[in-house]
Design a binder for this molecule. Sequence first.
Ligand code: MGD
Ligand code: MGD
Ligand code: MO
Length: 762
Amino acid sequence: MSDPTRQDENTVHYEGPAGGWGSLKGISRIYGKEWATPATLETLARQNKPGGFMCVSCAWTKPKHPHAFEFCENGAKATLWELTSRRCGPDFFAEHSVTELQDWSDYDLEQSGRLTHPMRYDPATDKYLEVSWDEAFEGIATELKAIDPKSVIFYASGRASLETSYLYALFARLYGHNNLPDSSNMCHETTSVGLKKVTGSPVGTCVLDDFDKCDAIFFFGQNTGQNSPRFLHPLQDAVRRGCRIVTFNPVREKGLIAFANPQEPAAMLAGKETRISELFLQVRPSGDIAAMMGLCKHVMARERSHLAEAHRHLLDLDFIGQHCHGFDDFVERIDATGWDEIERESGIARADLEKAADIYCDAHKVIGIYGMGVTQHVHGSQTIGMFVNFLALRGNLGREGAGISPVRGHSNVQGQRTVGISEKPELVPYDKLKDLFGFDPPPEKGMATVEACKGILDGSVHAFIGLGGNFVRAIPERGKMEEAWRKMWATVQIATKLNRSHLINGKAAWLLPCLGRSEKDMQASGAQTVTMEDSLSMIHGSRGHRKPASEHLMSELAIIAGIAKATLPTNPKVKWDEWRGDYAKVRDLIEATYPDKFEKFNERMLTPGGFYKGNPARERIWKTESGKVEITVPDGLNACGFADKPGRYRLITLRSNDQFNTTIYGFSDRMRGIEGRRDVLLISLDEMAKANLAEGQVVALETDAEDGVHREVAGLTVTPFDLPPGCVGAYYPEANPLVPLDHHDCLSKTPAYKSVPVRIRP
Ligand SMILES: Nc1nc2c(c(=O)[nH]1)N[C@H]1C(S)=C(S)[C@@H](COP(=O)(O)OP(=O)(O)OC[C@H]3O[C@@H](n4cnc5c(=O)[nH]c(N)nc54)[C@H](O)[C@@H]3O)O[C@H]1N2
Ligand SMILES: Nc1nc2c(c(=O)[nH]1)N[C@H]1C(S)=C(S)[C@@H](COP(=O)(O)OP(=O)(O)OC[C@H]3O[C@@H](n4cnc5c(=O)[nH]c(N)nc54)[C@H](O)[C@@H]3O)O[C@H]1N2
Ligand SMILES: [Mo]
């Protein structure tokens, strides 16, 4: 069995626990000592509290009884990043041409500070020039009116509020398309499609209380300590009351090993940390289907011996009989799968899988957690299907203290889907839209992220609006995409800070600065509240109170309303000015469109801990094809969709502790012991020896796909790191040119960023 506290001595590593003093130092290192001013601390004290604002970092839920400071290292970084005193205004753009800025790093671009004025790109001078909001809206409307709506993309990056997202989707449909890709398409779309296929619900079944009741938690490919650190609090509580945690991850992520709680000064001073995972298994990237098959195989073996010896079942046969479809075929498949194959594909020894399965069998209530380590694979959907199979064996679905809980990324990414950001017309109540606004929404399916990229590549997409995000940087196939992007007729970016997507422009381009979530949003009816939905389907109100970074900023909702009003013909039922003046009226529309989820929306939005949207799967109502949980048989044990061969590695693209997606706060990946640089190739000592590589050597990675396209990222420094055989690691977004556009989950088209076939060129 692997020792969860031990790391390979000869590879880079970090001694301390997650959280602890390191997390406070992590904040100071980036922002200096100045961050701890009374005004900033006051803002942080309101973060994730009833009546305050909801963190712009992750989507982890906000509890009913928050801590004094209900934020974490990375939530604080995200807020401070928004509160910066630096400004990126007309002076900055007068000094730097767009071509010059294209050579700046992601870090340097965002360090230039908050955007302050609406800007239009001037191709003659290659510079952004200041424009008035009216000029911007009119200019964009002129372009949009001249283009076939079907060739226009409206992207959303997962942060914009429910109110803004609802109006954005309405604008798209009134204008005439369903081309509404979302960052979710690169993230948990595997869940929205794959989990829905097997449970009938596109979201997890757990609520926060379940974490107080479960006996065991199984983690697959989610890095809590870094990407949803507030989740460490309920985990720590769970461990302290005896809940057992088993983790499957190729990287020994510190946050899942041990945690020192910065909210407990006495424990911190005494150097006390809580061990999180009892068992930490270094699965091969894409080896989760195999690992889960091993777990199920041992549970079946125990069921049979239990039945023979004790004449009782270990499986929950009532649940399986009443609620599952396809169980017998799955058992047949388990029996036909040998341990050799399971060990080879998972990279985990049978004895370790059996230990993990024993923990499962001994627990009455089990929660399954997963993140990008599951969703971003060619067979990510099948892995989710296997996870559901595993949980179903002992009825751990739709029951208190048990269930499946995907951890989402952006703070409102789940909510954007709930209120209509979708390329699929069947997911949106068209009858309601028709009644409310007197129009026929477009019946054709729209483009999601991969289709949008294809359309941009083949020249059939002519315009792009980005509601937040950094699309060009986050997508696969960056080389070809940047080239093709410039052929578009119009691009519009709504953002808080400058990033590379604002520098790769269409023929006409605008950059529109918006309010951040911690800032006061004043409209005709007064200060506004916005709402979002977290990972556990709780809806929260959020109210910013800071003075906006510039007097020229508009809220995201006001910008969408401004463009829409200038673009669309008048319609007496569509009242952009009125909605913009009072967001409560938009919430009324959301309630009218989705009455089952948003009953008494305005009244309930400030409920401490949020209000629950509801989920039939939690009540054991399965809206699947068979009306039951679909027990699925995977095609194979390997989720990466390509075969092993000599010299081919599976590349994992990783987030560091100092980044939020494409936003790079700094260069310390504290919990992995990587300091001062991001241009690294992480590889085990064994693989280094096999490939004849020396520490510090500079190499290139090339994609090892048989499609005739050359893709490479050069200048990576070989860095020994504790990883399983046959794989390497590099940072996202630097490694994105290596990901082929067609390398994605088969069912949902989520790019397979966690297993890209590559070879190393010394
Ligand atoms: N601080 C911070 N917080 C964030 C973000 C951020 O960038 N920074 N991003 C936000 C967003 S949008 C998202 S989606 C989430 C992302 O949060 P996570 O879901 O945690 O995503 P990643 O960090 O990309 O990868 C998760 C883990 O999967 C592991 N992994 C890789 N391949 C495999 C595999 O084949 N099997 C298994 N079992 N594990 C594997 C990696 O080692 C890593 O620990 O976080 C959100 N929160
Ligand atoms: N190789 C690889 N690629 C990946 C991933 C991976 O794991 N590996 N992960 C994928 C995932 S999970 C995701 S979610 C995507 C992320 O893709 P995106 O969501 O498109 O990218 P972000 O980096 O989150 O966007 C950052 C920008 O958002 C803007 N911004 C910040 N706050 C606000 C705001 O309040 N309003 C507005 N309007 N703009 C704001 C800022 O200008 C900032 O530069 O990347 C995907 N790409
Ligand atoms: Mo994400």
